[in-house]
Each structure stands twice: as C-alpha cells, then as structure tokens.
Ligand binder design. Structure first.
Ligand code: UT7
Length: 344
C-alpha cells in the first residue's frame, strides 16, 4: 500500500502537490438564518458543531462551476496553462448530472483539451481517496500533471426542514495540482478503508438505481441526505485516530514529527477529539468548519488553502489528512509539504 504499484517498464516516481486552489461561494448562511428556518439556536449549533456560518451557491450552480474555479486558481498559482493538464479527477457526491460525469464539464470549462478524467465518489473521503488514485497515475509515469478536485454543492441535497442535518453543510471546491516530486517533498503514504456495513448511517435514499426518482420519493424528501449523527460521530473519532496511528507506524513517522492535522471539517468536536487522541495541540490543527461548515469532498483542500493563506504551513512540514464519510469510508494520507512551486 505504501509504494505505488509498478507499471512494467516504467519507473515509480514520488508525487507532490505543487499548487492548491479553492472556490467558496459568496453567499453566507449564518446560524441566525437557521434560527428563522428551523427550531434551532446559534448557541446550540456553535456548542455542538463549532459552526458559525457556511457558504452556499445561487440556485442552479452545478459542482462543475465551483470545481472549474478552484482548478483555475490552482493553475494560476502555478502559472500553468490548462492545456498542460493530462488528467482531471473530480471527487463529488453532488455531480452536475449523473450522466455525463462532472470532470468532462470541468475539462471543457477550463479548456484542458488534452486531459481525460473521471469522477470518484467516496463522500467526505473523496479527496483522500482521490489523492491515492491520482498519485498512481503520476507515479507510474502514465501522466505528468494531474488536477484532483474535491467539489460539492451540498445545499442541493440538504433538507432545510431537518434541523439535525441542515445546519451542518456548505458548498465549496478545492483543487490540487499533482506532479513528479522534487527532493524533500511528496505524498509519503496512505491508508484507506471502507466499511460498507455502515452504508445506511449516512445516505441519500432515492435517485439511484434502487429507488429511482418518483413523485413519492420527492414527497417523502428522500433525495436529501439523512444520517445517524451520533453513530457517525463515534465512528469518525475512533476510526480516524486509529487509522492515523496505523499509517504513521507503517511509515515509521513519530506522531511528534507531524506538523499539522488537516481533518475533514465535519464538526469541531470531532476534530478536537481526533487531535486529542493523537496528542496534537490546537496550534497544529487546521480548522475551517466554523466558517465553511462541512463541504464534503472540498473540505480538506479548502482547509489546506486556508492554512497556506495564513502562512501556517512551511516547506518540509509533514501533514496528516484524515477523513470519514458516507460508505462508510475512512481516508488517511501523509504528505511532506514542499511549498507551493509557483510559476514554472
Ligand atoms: O461528513 C461526515 C458525516 N457527518 C458527520 O461527521 C456528522 C457526525 N455527527 C455530528 O456531527 C453530530 O452527531 C451532530 C452535530 C449531527 C449532532 O450533535 P449531537 O451532539 O450528536 O446531538 P444529538 O444528535 O445527540 O442530539 C441531541 C439533541 C436531540 O434532542 P433530544 O433528543 O435530546 O431532545 C436533538 O433532537 O439535540 C437535538 N438537536 C438539535 N437541537 C437544536 C439536533 N439538532 C439540533 C439543532 N438545534 N440543529
């Protein structure tokens, strides 16, 4: 698992993230807005989740629009032309359409006419799983430059009549550029898991092949995300921390060597509990959940962009990406940050 599989006749290269882009919609939904929509309070939301506000798109905005904006941001930081991109992978649970896949729309929107790609659904672990997938292509030499984008328009599958879920989610996209690494940087390893026995804990019941859309599914609000919050909470804390410990052991990296924990931003209490289990102080924890809420596949790359903007992360730092999502999926990756490479 630690080393990418070899492709016959081709070298295995280490792979680095060389630029990070993000797109957050302008429209803000505050806790006060939710007080007017459902039976809740700013106090309850802040105490139980740490969230103060989240961003949402204007109606009719597909994930591809946010994804393309995040991709353009990453490319601009690297001074790279869209035509230089070979592969675009979009991690999302809210594609513009089931058919065609969203990466095709992004490819067209940004003018990456030499790129192929695919979509990937690992819910909140989409970025972590995507990182493992895209790394293989660059490591094997099959592609030189790839964009991995986590993009979700959660407002389109959020039930704004259900106070137990609606306060949690926001819309966003984050994009990373992956290229062959230079010395002293790169993706060091990953340790991902799936536990399908928990598939009913976090689910959009209708709209797929088992329960296609019908008048009944719409009337019963079955196109919105439902979750057993308490069970997901417990699972997230335990499994994230355990997976992180396992991966660090496999990589022979001491916990003290990790500079920053960049968790999926679902709930500040979950992030704090994971950090506590790993013995990491608050200064080493990246948090954006208070201002963006849970943005599913976008949360880790947008949190990374936020920490870079705050100049918290320095070249050489070891970063631990940790996520739990619908599936259930558990994603853990370790990266040695080499710094944003800037224009080529
Ligand atoms: O992205 C990955 C997937 N999702 C997650 O990681 C989410 C994981 N779960 C959570 O973050 C938390 O479980 C929630 C934030 C969803 C809920 O927090 P909690 O501390 O687990 O609350 P709870 O579900 O145990 O509910 C406690 C009480 C209940 O009332 P009773 O039964 O004690 O009378 C709820 O009905 O809080 C009530 N409640 C609310 N009250 C005010 C639930 N939602 C709200 C609300 N405002 N928005």
């Amino acid at each position: 698992m630690m080393q990418p599989p070899r492709v016959p006749g081709q070298a295995v290269r280490r792979v680095a993230m060389t630029a990070v882009g993000a797109c957050l919609p302008e429209r803000v939904l505050s806790n006060a807005d939710f007080e007017r929509m459902v039976d809740t309070s700013d106090r309850w939301i802040r105490a139980r989740t740490g969230i103060r506000e989240r961003r949402v798109v204007e109606k009719g905005t597909g994930a591809s629009v946010l994804a393309a904006a995040a991709a353009r941001d990453a490319l601009a930081r690297r001074g790279m032309d869209p035509e230089d991109i070979d592969l675009i992978v979009v991690a999302t649970v809210t594609p513009d359409t089931f058919v065609p896949a969203t990466n095709c729309l992004v490819q067209h929107l940004i003018g990456a006419r030499n790129a192929w790609g695919f979509d990937l659904n690992a819910a909140c672990s989409g970025f972590n799983f995507g990182l493992a997938a895209v790394t293989q292509f660059v490591a094997s030499g099959a592609v030189e430059r790839a964009l991995l984008i986590g993009a979700d328009v959660m407002s389109t599958i959020t039930d704004y009549q259900d106070r137990t879920t609606c306060i949690l989610f926001g819309d966003a996209a984050g994009a990373v550029l992956l290229e062959p690494a230079q010395d002293g940087e790169g993706i060091l390893g990953f340790h991902h898991k799936v536990d399908g026995s928990g598939s009913d804990l976090l689910v959009v019941p209708a709209g797929g092949s088992r329960l296609p859309a019908s008048h009944d599914t719409v009337d019963n609000r079955q196109h919105y995300l439902r979750q057993d919050g308490r069970r997901v909470f417990r699972f997230a804390v335990r499994s994230s921390a355990d997976a992180a410990v396992e991966l660090l052991e496999e990589l022979d990296i001491a916990r003290e060597e990790v500079a920053f924990l960049v968790c999926h931003q679902a709930n500040a209490r979950i992030i704090d509990a994971i950090a506590k289990r790993l013995g990491m102080p608050q200064e080493q924890v990246v948090k954006t959940v208070h201002k963006y809420g849970n943005t599913t596949a976008a949360s880790i790359p947008t949190a990374l962009r936020d920490a870079l903007d705050g100049e918290r992360i320095a070249p050489g730092d070891i970063l631990l990406f940790s996520s739990v999502g619908a599936g259930l999926t558990i994603g853990t990756s370790v990266v040695r940050w080499g710094g944003e490479r800037g224009p080529a």
